[in-house]
Design a protein around this ligand. Structure first.
Ligand SMILES: [Zn+2]
Length: 219
């Protein structure tokens, strides 16, 4: 094997670095990545999202209660933290007063990067995340590809979530979504490469060395 690219964490032949465009969206993103997700070099998109977003940070862990970096950011008056997570009181970019709530602060969107059960666990252990205002999507989105490991059919990958949020915030003039499509192009490229590997493997009827079957094309 040709080894791993330690920037995008893909194999060198699947390296996406040359296609990554760093976007300055005007929104800060904090991607809290579950250690299991960090190891999923094939399907994990949290790292790709991080590399695509200029003002973003990637922090690995499960319990963030004592995480110094996160707590510093949460208490920084420059930002208005919003946890991307469903909930009764979750607001959307199109909610009344969304802009007023922010009082001129920069939206800081916190995303839990993991499967639903991993994300639930992260929230359960991280006391500092529990009281944050919650943000959800204004519209329902389906992933362009279905990740079999996701228990819900409408689960979308982290990079897709970032893209849709940027577009929704752009509609109310709170984000710059120019060239945000590049994130989706990157995602498509990643998935297509994996599907191509899967096809080749099937064609050769070779034993599966690494599980590649965790994704399938959406209907
Ligand atoms: Zn790379």
């Amino acid at each position: 094997m040709s080894g791993t690219c330690y920037r995008c964490f893909k194999s060198k032949e699947a390296c996406l670095c040359e296609y990554i465009k760093e976007l300055d969206t005007g929104v800060k993103f904090i991607i809290l990545i579950h250690p299991h997700e960090a190891r999923l070099m094939r399907t994990g998109t949290g790292r790709l999202a991080h590399l695509s977003l200029k003002d973003s940070e990637l922090i690995q862990g499960v319990n963030f209660t004592e995480n110094e970096r996160l707590n510093t950011l949460l208490s920084d008056p420059t930002y208005y933290p919003l946890l991307l997570y469903p909930g009764e009181n979750a607001i959307t970019a199109q909610s009344d007063n969304f802009k007023n709530k922010l009082e001129g602060r920069i939206p800081m969107v916190i995303i839990l990067d993991g499967t639903w059960s991993e994300a639930k666990k992260m929230l359960k252990y991280s006391i500092n995340l529990q009281s944050l205002p919650r943000l959800s999507f204004n519209r329902g989105y389906r992933s362009r590809f279905i990740f079999k490991k996701e228990p819900t059919p409408d689960a979308i990958s982290t990079i897709e979530a970032c893209y849709y949020l940027i577009k929704e915030l752009e509609e109310i003039g709170m984000a710059n979504g120019d060239e945000a499509y590049n994130m989706m192009a990157l995602f498509d490229r990643m998935v297509n490469f994996q599907l191509e590997c899967e096809r080749k493997r099937r064609l050769l009827n070779a034993p599966e060395r690494v599980p590649l079957s965790s994704i399938q094309e959406a209907e």
